[in-house]
Design a protein around this ligand. Structure first.
Ligand SMILES: [Zn+2]
Ligand SMILES: [Zn+2]
Length: 359
């Protein structure tokens, strides 16, 4: 169903005619534009959906998130960062504890005492898949609970029919590459189980913070470049075919962008700020969660669970609305960081928040 409505919000017109041809026009104020049509896979009953569509169903929030809502007069509520940290710990720690217990229980002279790298890869890939499913469910719950940013103008975008299988496959490839990369870059040693003060050092809270900031520097540089130089925009424009994304659309991209973002940017961060294999696995989980949060659009004030509180006094903390606005602006950009606003602040590329305004 297609409906038309007006809004007073000022949008910059996207310069990417190809990406926008299938979606919508975003002229300047006052705006009249069309909602995207509901894709066919969403209209099918669950039992008629194929494997890819059933997995993508995890990403669906309730119907309110896909219809225009009355303007919410209340400011977005705060998401308690400690609640998020406790949840992350409960999701991330069990696989590490299982491996540590295995090494403790199975005698050293037993053939099965140590985990070959392939066994570790399969185990941590499965663990990351479970983590991803739980993260998506958590984020869609937040969307249901709090509504979404800009919902009075335009609701969330469904994943297009043509993108469903590619998107889900990309998520699986993402998980496998990130798990393998973490084990290789972290120098996984089959004789060394996870342990605090050893494979997970006491300085890890500082190292992981630095890792996210270095990652954001590389990402900012790449991201601003693809928005600035027209010949590079084609790498990134697919990601901007949604103006109001959902968690799973964090990975909506063409092949080249996938390779750069899944492999090279975290590789750069890991070379500058080396972490152990177990530290990297924890880091990948938090990174995946942050990327999902940044695209869920849940109408709440959320801060990064690792670096948010440190950056907040300097107004350099990122929140959900920042990347949501980045998608609304399209090619004309602003808010290029995805972990922090450090570089957006330094290089003056911040787009002011509309709903998350500090009193
Ligand atoms: Zn972008
Ligand atoms: Zn995005």
């Amino acid at each position: 169903m297609t409906s038309i409505f007006t809004t007073k919000t000022i949008y910059e017109k996207s310069q990417d005619s190809e990406a926008d041809a299938n979606s919508q026009r975003l002229p300047s104020s006052p705006v009249t534009y069309q909602l995207r049509a509901t894709p066919n896979w969403v209209k099918k009953p669950y039992h008629e959906r194929n494997f890819w569509e059933r997995v993508a169903t995890l990403d669906l929030a309730n119907d309110k998130c896909y219809t225009v809502q009355p303007q919410n007069p209340n400011p977005p509520p705060n998401l308690n960062v400690w609640r998020e940290r406790i949840w992350l710990t409960m999701m991330i720690a069990p696989p590490l504890i299982i491996q540590a217990c295995w090494y403790y229980i199975i005698p050293e002279n037993n053939f099965f005492h140590t985990w070959h790298p392939i066994v570790a890869f399969i185990f941590y890939t499965a663990a990351l898949i479970i983590f991803t499913i739980n993260s998506i469910k958590r984020l869609t719950n937040y969307m249901n609970l709090y509504g979404t940013f800009d919902e009075h103008n335009r609701p969330r975008d469904y994943v297009d029919d043509k993108d469903v299988s590619r998107l889900i496959l990309s998520v699986f490839i993402y998980i496998m590459i990130r798990t393998a990369g973490g084990l290789i870059l972290g120098g996984y040693n089959r004789y060394t189980p996870p342990s605090l003060g050893h494979t997970i050092s006491w300085s890890f809270p500082i190292k992981i913070g630095l890792w996210f900031i270095v990652l954001d520097f590389f990402f900012y540089s790449y991201h601003r470049s693809v928005h600035t130089f027209p010949f590079l925009w084609k790498i990134h424009r697919k990601h901007h075919s949604t103006k109001h994304p959902t968690p799973i659309q964090a990975i909506l991209a063409d092949d080249l962008q996938d390779i750069i973002e899944i492999i090279f940017i975290p590789l750069g961060a890991s070379l500058v700020m080396p972490l152990s294999a177990h530290e990297l696995w924890i880091t990948q989980c938090i990174l995946l969660y942050v990327e999902g949060v940044g695209h869920c659009g849940a109408r709440a004030y959320w801060i990064h669970p690792v670096v948010g509180e440190v950056l907040r006094p300097f107004k350099m903390e990122i929140t959900i609305e920042d990347h949501d606005l980045h998608h609304r602006h399209g090619k004309s950009g602003k808010n290029y960081g995805k972990q922090t606003r450090i570089f957006d602040q330094i290089f003056n590329t911040i787009s002011e928040r509309i709903e998350c305004i500090e009193k």
